[in-house]
Design a binder for this molecule. Structure first.
Ligand SMILES: *[C@@H]1O[C@H](CO)[C@@H](O)[C@H](O)[C@H]1NC(C)=O
Ligand SMILES: *[C@@H]1O[C@H](CO)[C@@H](O)[C@H](O)[C@H]1NC(C)=O
Ligand SMILES: *[C@@H]1O[C@H](CO)[C@@H](O)[C@H](O)[C@H]1NC(C)=O
Ligand SMILES: *[C@@H]1O[C@H](CO)[C@@H](O)[C@H](O)[C@H]1NC(C)=O
Ligand SMILES: *[C@@H]1O[C@H](CO)[C@@H](O)[C@H](O)[C@H]1NC(C)=O
Ligand SMILES: [Zn+2]
Length: 334
């Protein structure tokens, strides 16, 4: 371990945690995407970001988590997730009308900022922010607990990991990816992205990767992001809490649980990067923009229709989320 890294680690509890999925996850997603964007997308995004370096997407991948913790950026906090009011582990599902609150959610945000980055009459700084949000949110939406209301996306489910107290949300964001890779520096992310890129091109993901692009329609950001959210949320039932929250609460999860979860994490990071590249490729070919940014699609029909929503439970979940705030004061952010 280098000196600077051990210093960073020893300071870690004192510093605000600036990332969901963690720096490692978001930066890796961005590097995977860089490996799959078209030349046109590369120049479009480098132009908007004013960054011609070899890490032009990776450099801005965690900006949104820093911004949300500023006074001016706090409005964007709800944009990092959608709190699905489903019933894991017996039934998972996301419903846009039910789960995207009045303040917005990750699905409405992806749609909004997709429109805005294409709206050429907006100031460059606004289009820059829009692009930075897209890069970040396409990452977040692939973390299953960013698509789940249960105990504030797992933030209130305390667990231990390698003997250290943490929570279920945080081990998915950070502890498990970092255990796999052994670090969180830019070079670690670049290397992990190289591995995942070969798995997509000619390795274990090659067969499935084409299907990952299903459901994508750049004219309907809501339906497209809903497709990703539903896909991600299914892992809450299958992998995150397959036996319910109480089966993992206060348990040590760096053993068997980690072994089951880590293949899903690898696939979700790869998928996020691959989808981000494809999405940006579509964005970059549409010169004229989508107009007002007010488009609210009807969804793609894949959502579970729950005719008997438990309104009381939903209101209670939103109250708990509000109480929790935009960060928990314990070094975590959702
Ligand atoms: C682009 O970045 C360069 C330095 O890297 C800076 O000098 C220039 O002002 C930036 N341009 C814009 C439009 O932000
Ligand atoms: C779209 O983004 C703008 C700029 O961040 C924001 O002011 C507006 O509230 C957003 N609209 C929606 C529907 O999220
Ligand atoms: C979970 O852990 C946090 C931080 O250690 C602690 O403040 C909180 O009381 C714990 N919650 C429960 C329900 O034990
Ligand atoms: C787990 O904890 C042990 C003992 O504290 C430590 O030596 C080891 O580096 C930790 N492993 C990880 C992956 O953090
Ligand atoms: C898989 O793709 C990588 C990157 O293009 C290449 O270096 C490697 O030789 C390929 N392996 C096989 C078995 O085709
Ligand atoms: Zn985030």
């Amino acid at each position: 371990m280098s000196l600077s890294k051990s210093l960073l680690l020893s300071l870690a509890p004192l510093l605000p945690q600036v990332s969901a999925w963690g720096t490692l996850g978001h930066t890796t997603v961005a590097f995977v995407a860089q490996n799959f964007v078209s030349d046109r997308t590369k120049s479009f995004t480098q132009g908007i970001l004013n960054d011609s370096s070899s890490a032009y997407l990776a450099n801005v991948a965690t900006w949104a988590d820093s911004y949300r913790s500023t006074a001016g950026g706090s409005f964007s906090s709800p944009f990092h997730y959608i709190d699905a009011n489903d019933s894991p582990p017996s039934s998972c599902g996301v419903d846009y009308e039910r789960d995207c609150s009045e303040e917005g959610c990750i699905v409405s945000a992806i749609s909004n900022y997709t429109s805005r980055v294409q709206t050429t009459y907006l100031p460059l700084t606004e289009r820059q922010k829009a692009l930075k949000w897209i890069i970040h949110f396409v990452g977040d939406i692939h973390q299953p607990l960013h698509t789940e209301a249960l105990e504030v996306g797992g933030n209130l489910i305390n667990v231990t990991f390698n003997g250290t107290g943490t929570n279920l949300h945080r081990i998915w964001d950070t502890n498990m990816p970092e255990k796999l890779i052994g670090g969180f520096a830019v070079g670690d992310a670049r290397d992990w992205a190289t591995t995942l890129t070969s798995e997509i091109m000619n390795g274990s993901f090659a067969k499935d990767a084409k299907g990952w692009l299903n459901g994508m329609d750049v004219n309907d950001g809501i339906a497209s992001a809903m497709y990703w959210a539903i896909d991600s949320n299914a892992f809450v039932c299958s992998t995150v809490v397959p036996k319910g929250a109480d089966a993992v609460r206060d348990q040590e999860l760096s053993g068997e649980y980690y072994e089951t979860a880590i293949p899903v994490i690898q696939m979700q990071i790869a998928k996020a990067g691959y989808r981000l590249a494809a999405w940006l490729n579509l964005v970059a070919t549409m010169e004229n923009g989508l107009g007002t940014g007010k488009k609210r699609g009807k969804g793609n029909g894949l959502e579970r229709r729950m005719v008997n929503w438990d309104e009381k439970a939903i209101l209670e979940a939103r109250r708990v989320r509000k109480t929790f705030g935009s960060d928990c004061g314990c070094g975590d952010e959702h």
